[in-house]
Design a protein around this ligand. Structure first.
Ligand code: ZN
Length: 406
């Protein structure tokens, strides 16, 4: 396989997590007795542009099925994040009724509804029918398509170039970064701004967040690599912000390469930090697998010990990262009987691969287990504060970056 960005043959493995089903392929009870599709979950690193990327295996259409279960609006923290972003950008760019905002992967309208409320014209691009429909109910126009160079050109031909193109947690999910970036270039007004948010590879490595690796996530990005991809398409990263979301994300600000805006010190500072951590050498990449394996082994050891001791345990949060962790560790319902999740779309279904039942959070309060394993470590404080009053004798456990019991 060659690098998705620069075409260099890929010869270095970042991490090999074996085989797993798509992390969002939640199963109904009837599907439990049918065969399940597994794909290799192996991530490679390019030794030229340092793009970390999943090995090719299947096309995007198959993974983002029509009933894809994730609705952004189910997370109150994320809604607040989106609202603050809309206010910040409206002020920074002076957006008004004459402006035009495009969001790529607009999901259920969690972000664009803020622009609709402010009277700023906008358009969502979203291939997933169920979430696109939810956005349309909020009065947001949605193009039900994957974003691409062809779509960017089509928007331009229709006079729909944007003052702001936003992409939150989509850039890492596209199989062809180059084509997607050319689409951004095409759909951007000469004075326009692009913002993209994605988990920062530097933080992923630092905190051994191997459970954020799944098939739908094609790339793992550093600022340095994104700057290179932008430069190739005659765009420029002129500013960057570090965000606490998803274990440490970047929000990059892009413009046409010839735009007058000056590149800020924040860009130079993060590029320098990445270089200091050796991210343009093989060292941090080849050291990653043994660190991930230690986490997997510690979790398994803990679950087996509790089982032998007659303790009860349940999990909270049927998130994609939980699926990666449980499938890599080979955890099944004998060690972890059920997981609770607040999203109704996931309740009464089963985790892909592990076949662990997903229940309403009320189940965890009724069962009062000795331990609750919180799978999405990014919402650990939220979950603990919700459950600790009703479960005074329960201990909370997280597995990443170290097994921690509180
Ligand atoms: Zn490359």
């Amino acid at each position: 396989m060659n690098c998705r960005h620069c075409g260099t043959p890929l010869t270095h493995t970042f991490v090999d997590l074996g085989f797993a089903p798509p992390s969002n392929a939640y199963l109904t009870e009837a599907e439990l007795s049918k065969p399940e599709k597994y794909y290799p979950l192996k991530v490679l690193v390019c030794d030229q542009c340092w793009l970390v990327q999943t090995e090719d295996y299947a096309d995007a259409d198959e993974l983002f099925s029509a009933d894809y279960a994730y609705f952004s609006s189910t997370s109150t923290g994320w809604l607040a994040h989106a609202k603050a972003y809309a206010e910040q950008m409206t002020q920074l760019l002076g957006l008004n009724a004459d402006s035009f905002v495009i969001e790529v992967a607009s999901n259920d309208g969690y972000l664009l509804k803020n622009f609709v409320e402010a009277g700023i014209p906008c358009l969502g691009v979203e291939p997933t029918a169920s979430t696109a429909e939810a956005a349309e109910h909020l009065g947001i126009p949605v193009l039900r398509k994957f974003f691409s160079e062809a779509l960017g050109q089509q928007l331009t031909q229709q006079g729909k170039q944007a003052d702001l193109i936003a992409g939150n947690n989509v850039y890492a999910h596209v199989p062809d970064n180059n084509d997607f970036t050319r689409g951004l270039k095409a759909a951007l007004k000469p004075s326009g701004t692009i913002t993209l948010e994605f988990p920062h590879l530097m933080r992923l490595i630092e905190d051994v967040q191997f459970d954020t690796i799944y098939h739908e996530h094609f790339s793992y990005l550093s600022l340095s690599t994104v700057s290179q991809i932008f430069a190739t398409e005659d765009l420029r990263v002129w500013h960057v912000e570090e965000l606490p979301t998803h274990g440490g994300s970047l929000r990059i600000f892009g413009c046409h390469a010839d735009n007058a805006r000056e590149t800020t010190d924040a860009v130079r500072r993060i590029l320098q930090e990445e270089a200091q951590r050796g991210m343009q050498t093989l060292v941090p990449y080849v050291e990653f697998q043994p660190r991930a394996d230690r986490i997997k082994n510690d979790l398994l050891e803990f679950l087996i010990q509790q089982k032998k001791a007659g303790k009860t345990i349940a999990a909270y949060g049927a998130a994609a990262k939980g699926n990666t962790l449980l499938n890599y560790a080979g955890v099944k319902p004998d060690l972890l009987p059920f997981v609770c999740d607040a999203a109704p779309a996931k309740q009464n279904k089963y985790m892909p691969g592990s076949h662990i039942a997903i229940l309403n959070p009320a189940a965890i309060v009724n069962e009062k287990p000795d331990y609750v394993l919180i799978l999405p470590w990014n919402i650990v404080e939220e979950v603990e504060s919700q459950l600790s009053q009703e479960l005074p004798n329960t201990q909370f456990v997280t597995a990443v970056p170290d097994l921690k019991i509180t």
